[in-house]
Design a binder for this molecule. Sequence first.
Ligand SMILES: [Zn+2]
Ligand SMILES: [Zn+2]
Length: 169
Amino acid sequence: MYINVAQLLKEPTGSSRSFQIDESLGTDDINSVKGEVTLIRTNRGIMAKAEMTAGVTGICSRCLKPIDYDVNYDFNEECLPSVSTSEGLSSPDQTDNINIDESHMLDLSEIIRQYTLLTMPIKPLCRPDCAGICPSCGHNLNQGSCQCPSHAHDQRWSKLIHLGRESKT
Ligand SMILES: [Zn+2]
Ligand SMILES: [Zn+2]
């Protein structure tokens, strides 16, 4: 995901450009990313402001079914040139993003990959009310209940019924 920023780097601080991104990545669990990126010239480099939607692949944490879903996020990251054009500037900290190469190509791939991974839920669900799998027999409870005698779910119900009986007496 390279953007040529040679022209923008020659412009005064505050100059900006907007780009639409719509790309297939096919790396890790990220299928695609799309959104709008605004690049703003800063005194040190370029600030990338983005609003992204990434299509990702995961596994439902309850029933282990493979699922495709979208994550949304935005970020502001300052990107610095790998070679300083003017002398006397202190070298950037190690924590800064150095992703503008010698030929003035800005690479957003790594930033987008990092933010997508950070935004992905730790325990994704195929649907909010996924019933999961039976801990005893492994049956997918979204496809109906299994033959196992008791589940936490059932126990909760019997407790409620029990409480109901008590309140009547
Ligand atoms: Zn599920
Ligand atoms: Zn079961």
